[in-house]
Design a protein around this ligand. Sequence first.
Ligand SMILES: Cc1ncc(C[n+]2csc(CCOP(=O)(O)OP(=O)(O)O)c2C)c(N)n1
Ligand code: SF4
Ligand SMILES: [Mg+2]
Length: 310
Amino acid sequence: MSAFNAIGEERDIDREEFTAGNEPQPTWCPGCGDFGVLKALKQALPEVGRTPEEVLTVTGIGCSGKLNSYLDTYGFHTIHGRSLPVARAAKLANDGLEVIAAGGDGDGYGIGGNHFMHTARENHDMTYIVFNNEVFGLTKGQTSPTSPKGHKSKTTPHGNAKSPIRPLSLGLTSGATYIARTAAVNPNQAKEIIAEAIEHDGFAHIDFLTQCPTWNKDARQYVPYVDVQESDDYDFDITDREEAQDMMFEAENALHEGTVLTGRFFVDERPSYQEQKKDLGEMPREPLAERYFDDDAEWERSYDLLDRHK
Ligand SMILES: Cc1ncc(C[n+]2csc(CCOP(=O)(O)OP(=O)(O)O)c2C)c(N)n1
Ligand code: SF4
Ligand SMILES: [Mg+2]
């Protein structure tokens, strides 16, 4: 758990460095699963040797969107469903940043679903954590894209007529190269999965089950959970797309039938968007943002580019 500082000295990183000084105490409800994500992140970041100034956390709108108020990294609280385009832009401008995007199930699989699909397809190098509590928590418990069929809420008083989205399968078919599901009730696994996702070069998607005891009392609290890597009942190859797809399909069905299957579902080594752009010579090897501080850097202005294409 050590890192090198700006002048190259090695130093230990303490997870408390990630506690925000101005808002150290989250205002989430008691028992909220969002605490689990925050805790797992604070444990995983030092474990993979990242310091607060190396990380950018970009969030959407929702209870989940408060994450970066409580995590002392660079932060950008965007608008509803738009964490991913902002995260992509930041990563393209400064490839040296460790970018973590986060938001709720409504934010990421509903209003921001299009961004999710295409950020996965393009394999942008970042970690995307979806706090999946199966409701719109912040706005008081409306039915969301992951609410099960039959779910009753103020917006579906007679029961939800729609089938829930399949988040893991959607990540796979869209092109994510690391896909996992974990739960706030499983802190060790959550920490390990977040650490792996951060280390992964490419788009890492974590469907993080976060219970909402305030507005989703009908939902299971995601216990007991089964770790598909630990259990003898499951044996599949996470690098095999077809086997991963079958396992995801089973996990998505099982969640609403009373079994919480968690773990790693898919890993692929396809090069990230950033790496491909560098190989094509369309993106500098050093972070673009560093040129801003370099007096000798030669800038290619947009009007120069236009000239070149006349
Ligand atoms: C464009 C837009 N539409 C609607 C809203 C209202 N709104 C705020 S949060 C939210 C849903 C939050 O649900 P989710 O993304 O699942 O996050 P959670 O609160 O459950 O963590 C909605 C609909 C908004 N802020 N902006
Ligand atoms: S409303 Fe639900 S999701 Fe929001 S803070 Fe409370 S328990 Fe958590
Ligand atoms: Mg939600």
